[in-house]
Design a protein around this ligand. Structure first.
Ligand code: BF8
Length: 638
């Protein structure tokens, strides 16, 4: 089966056809060459944790029932899941650490190009950490804050400051279950230690460890990353921009920032506006410098600066195949090692910049905060120098690009929905209570050729909108829906049910709110807390008519996000199942029993139309339990 037949996006289709003609292999071919994929791996029944193995359990109960050590299918699949969850959480937590270290370096005067862009946020967060702020230089406050946050990475006992933002009832439950995260690094180390041969074997105990390590991400590392990014690069506010490969420019130097950490991309975006660099570009025959993004670092500079997005995860190779990219800067996470090979077919230079991430065949220019401006300037000059090497006969920039409005934060919602003079969540709560809005659903995560290469998000979101569900997005899912025109305020007229449309009309908001990168899923947790604080919709996140979906999840980071949402009391739907179906006990635990224990749980449904129905029925159950009014305009849907 040729997966790209599902490609909803015409720009990607066009470039993929071109790649085929030129015999350039992309992720779609490589994925196809992997078929059939390993059944043991898909079911979670393969164990490589010690040298007795690799062991595997027969899924049909006819062959081996135990690994050589005696581990059964429940232990093996739960242990594998814990390893994956931990890997994902580690990635987000380390991203948060990078930003905290940068804040510290800034406070100590050791950086170039950074400043405190949100003084209010710095002071608010510092006070949350009991740091005095009155009459103190911002650098001193920033230093104390960075040191306190770093101490929570190494903390051995107690709780994380941000976890205290959760509703009281939720915190009590975490304490009762023994899953309150104690220290960010401690949870990651302990989780990995549990998965060693001969340590933790009990399915329930392993799953509680999944939740604890994920909470150290959602209410720890990811939240740290979001908050410090807001302090250093500014709190996002609604901003217009464009997305899709059509944002590349034929007559300008195209510089693509790709990865996750905004420490370099933000400085590059700023410097690219400088006259002397623009003049240099003109000397080389270009009309200017066009900085665009791929993946989550794109989302970071999109929601704060309105920098256009060239594409999501699946479009990273395609951007190069347009023949129009002078330089692609990569840092960490979701970067395909194939970029080296693809770029070798064109003039494009790919440069890795993060000390943690090296690639065969890709030049490395290390980025250090103390030389941020210098390095960014050098990199922009590299892009400019490369412009004359572009082969104009091989440039194929698709025309598709779409307008978007993005940059919606938990803080922003106070103003967008509450109005300029009375900042409050009350209108949002009222819209839910009165039945104009059915509930709020986070549609997030990756795009994956295993599913519909992004198309699942689009169908799911359209299905939800017509049932008056307000959608909040982050990550590659948000970029995909942006390409489809769902992030424009006008989308409310085309896709939203009558109730949601009324709210969007009154506020000017799009029916789909783009909140940023994947670490910004932490904003969705805060939004849930604010809704609860406003009153009238229960006492805990698990009471709310909310849900999360990552139908095209790919990265282990998505597993960690799913787990921290579930552990916070949210119902989460993944498309392709987690690799646990080899254990019926684990499947039952995750999709049924967990709801009683933690108030949230999992469902797996690849079909986006069916997934929408499952989600809507969940929202309706929550509405019923809260005794909310029936929906004001029940759509007549078949
Ligand atoms: O953190 S959505 S493919 S880019 S993992 Fe990666 Fe998935 Fe995209 Fe961002 Ni998130």
């Amino acid at each position: 089966m040729r997966m790209e037949k599902f490609l909803a996006d015409l720009a990607s289709k066009e470039i993929l056809d071109l790649a085929r003609k030129e015999n350039i292999q992309t992720i779609w071919e490589r994925y196809q060459l992997q078929q059939p994929q390993c059944g043991f791996g898909l079911l979670g029944l393969c164990c490589t944790n010690c040298n007795l193995g690799p062991c595997r359990i027969d899924p049909f109960g006819e062959g081996a029932e135990f690994g050589a050590c005696g581990a059964d299918r429940d232990t093996i699949s739960a242990r594998n899941l814990l390893r994956r969850t931990t890997a994902g959480a580690a990635c987000h937590n380390d991203h948060g650490r990078d930003l905290t270290l940068a804040l510290l370096a800034f406070a100590e005067g050791k950086t170039q190009g950074y400043r405190i862009k949100s003084e209010e946020k710095l002071k608010n967060i510092a006070q949350e950490f009991s740091i005095p702020v009155e009459n103190r230089p911002l650098e001193d406050i920033a230093k104390d804050l960075a040191i306190k946050i770093l101490s929570e990475y190494g903390q051995q006992k107690g709780k994380l400051t941000f976890s205290q933002r959760a509703p009281k009832k939720r915190q009590e439950l975490w304490r009762k279950l023994g899953i309150m995260p104690r220290g960010i690094d401690r949870e990651v180390v302990e989780a990995i230690s549990r998965t060693n041969m001969g340590v933790d074997h009990d399915l329930r105990s392993l799953i509680l460890a999944c939740m604890r390590v994920a909470l150290s991400d959602g209410w720890g590392g990811s939240m740290v990353a979001t908050e410090i990014s807001d302090i250093l690069f500014g709190l996002p506010s609604p901003i217009r921009s464009q997305v899709n490969l059509g944002v590349l420019k034929e007559d300008e130097v195209n510089l693509v920032v790709h990865g996750h950490v905004p420490l370099l991309s933000d400085v590059v975006a700023e410097l690219a506006l400088e006259e002397d660099l623009i003049s240099k570009a003109k000397e080389k025959g270009a009309k200017g410098i066009n900085v665009v993004g791929i993946c989550c670092t794109a989302n970071e500079v999109l929601v704060r600066r309105g920098i256009p997005v060239a594409g999501n995860f699946l479009q990273q190779e395609l951007a190069i195949i347009t023949g129009a990219v002078e330089l692609m800067l990569v840092d960490i996470q979701c970067i395909m090692p194939s970029l080296a090979k693809v770029s070798s077919c064109f003039h494009t230079k790919v440069v890795s910049t993060h000390q943690k991430a090296r690639f065969y065949g890709i030049q490395h220019i290390e980025f250090k905060e103390e030389e941020a401006t210098q390095t960014a300037r050098r990199l922009i000059e590299t892009a400019i120098e490369n412009f004359p090497k572009r082969d104009k006969s091989r440039v194929n920039i698709p025309k598709e690009k779409m307008d978007v409005v993005c940059g919606f934060t938990a803080e922003g919602i106070f103003h967008h929905l509450g109005g300029r003079y009375r900042a409050t969540y009350r209108p949002l709560n009222n819209a839910i209570i009165e039945g104009r809005i059915r509930g709020v659903v986070g549609v997030v995560g990756c795009d994956n050729p295993k599913n519909l290469s992004g198309g699942a998000h689009i169908t799911l979101v359209k299905e939800l909108l017509k049932r008056d569900v307000l959608v909040v997005q982050t990550g590659c899912a948000a970029i995909e829906c942006g390409k489809e025109g769902l992030l424009k305020p006008e989308a409310a007229f085309e896709y939203a049910g009558l109730g949601l449309r009324e709210v969007c009309e009154a506020t000017g908001l799009p029916p789909v709110l783009h909140s940023g990168a994947c670490v910004d899923n932490s904003r969705i947790l805060i939004e849930c807390c604010e809704i609860l604080k406003e009153g009238g919709l229960g006492e805990d996140i698990s009471d709310l008519p909310v849900a999360g979906a990552a139908l095209e999840w790919m990265s282990e980071k998505a597993i960690a996000i799913g787990w921290y949402a579930v552990s916070s009391g949210i119902f989460v739907v993944f498309g392709t199942p987690l690799p646990i179906l080899g254990s019926k006990n684990l499947e039952k635990f995750l999709t049924q029993e967990l709801f009683e224990i933690i108030g949230g749980g999992w469902a797996f449904e690849e079909d986006p139309v069916k997934a929408a129905k499952i989600i809507v029925s969940h929202l309706d159950k929550k509405r019923e339990k809260l005794k909310l009014r029936p929906m004001m305009y029940e759509p007549n849907l078949i």
